[in-house]
Design a protein around this ligand. Sequence first.
Ligand SMILES: [Zn+2]
Length: 384
Amino acid sequence: MKKLSLFMFIDALGWEIIKDRDFLKDLAPNRYRVGMQFGYSSTAIPTILTGEKPTVHKHFSFYYYAPDKSPFKMFKYLLLPYLPGAIVDRWRVRHILSKLVAKLYGYTGYFEMYAMPFDRIHYFDYIEKTDMFVPDGLKPVKNLADKLEERGIPYHISNWRLKEIENIEALIKEIRTGEIRFAFLYTAAMDGLLHMVTKDGKEIDEKIEWYSTQIQRVIEEVKKRYDDFYFAVISDHGMTTLAGVVDVKSQIEGLGLKFGEDYVAVYDSTMGRFWFLNGQARERILSLLNQVPNSHVLSEEEEKKYFIAFENHMYGEKYLLMDPGWQIEPCDMGIKALPAMHGFAPEHKDSYAALLSSEPVDIPLNYVDDFHHLMIKKMEERQD
Ligand SMILES: [Zn+2]
């Protein structure tokens, strides 16, 4: 019996987006709502790839406070004095600079500086320096590729740098050889589309239709070369339409405290993260944060519940989380809010991820790390 287990990852294909659609109903009739890992894809993907929580694999947001080992010190001395802000703040320029930095340091992960100010970036380090999908990509924690290699299972995992159609073609090519027994197809364009047109955009129907056609092509090839297969679609989170914006950064800066001396902060699109460098700054910032509209400061219980209570406060001593739909504008990820965003409370209906499965699933499906456990189960079942 030659069997294949095929998992397809569609970024941001949340439960709310899929629950009333017929997408792959025949192929994958078993449909489940699954809890999101609090945070962004930067934490959801390593969680899915390792089956561990962020406090274990250490990937949460991109930037963390690390002034001594920051790789961005050169911006302070080399680039800043020569480059006018209007130029370095342009997305295209930042994208090219990000590519240069990645090359210079040999980063193989997804590296993008976003809108992090160049006069602040040297306080931070960046977590995703290596390609998380390849063997040793999340070491010392074992990832999907490590576990496949350990078991000696021939596999194919997409190259996240390629376009969706290139990854689909690469998978089809592998299937035609009939050698692989496990495949992880990665697609991410849905996320970008949902950010721009929201979950109610008519373009979403077209995109889902396109995925459907591509999957039929893949499955036809599978049926030609395998006696049996398992197929699942997994996602990491949903998408929440913009409700409004709050300029948290200006409010904090209005306190007149000195960045780098009194406090340090990162403004992600749905969350502010704060480190306090003295007691007075802590008191003043916390009392202000408690009054920021459409938001709340996460309690220690919530940090634990969301698996982000890092012992060394690597990602912040306190987190301000915006209410669903409310974005921080401007933030270090972008100057303007997007029409839709994710990274709100996992309990909100638009946050949930989804699993569409060709067979009923009999393991718990609480959070996206359970997708990892499902993948392990299927790779072990499918060994000849
Ligand atoms: Zn996104």
